[in-house]
Write a protein of this length. Structure first.
Length: 118
């Protein structure tokens, strides 16, 4: 679409169908949020619920910290429960990429709203 201001981020995965109707997702540095259809609706719903990109980033960093705390506590336990505690730390550590991805998508949506105001 012409006349739209694409959002610039270091890493964005544009869904299939963007930029020429391809069938595979594309890694790119620009992707217009208005072109993402249903993906924008999800971010709009989160944004309307009061969730901001900063909250998602904070949750991502918090999950990293919780992962380290869980791992540290597992070092203090007896041998039979260490494995379970280690697995819990790894599980919580996997939350961080999800929260960071949601944060990036929300930041892109928020930037789109800013551009529309201008």
């Amino acid at each position: 679409m012409t006349g739209q201001n694409p959002i610039h981020h270091p890493l964005i995965i544009c869904p299939p169908g963007i930029y020429g109707g391809g069938t595979q997702p594309r890694f790119t540095t620009t992707c217009s949020a208005e072109q993402n259809g249903d993906h924008t609706m999800i971010m709009k719903t989160l944004h309307d619920a009061g969730i901001r990109s900063e909250y998602a980033y904070t949750a991502g960093m918090g999950s990293i910290a919780l992962s380290f705390v869980s791992w540290g506590i597992s070092r203090l336990k007896s041998d039979d429960s260490k494995a379970q505690s280690d697995r819990w730390g790894i599980f919580v550590g996997h939350w961080a990429p999800t929260f960071m991805s949601v944060g990036l998508a929300l930041a892109q949506y928020e930037q789109t709203l800013e551009n529309k105001k201008k």
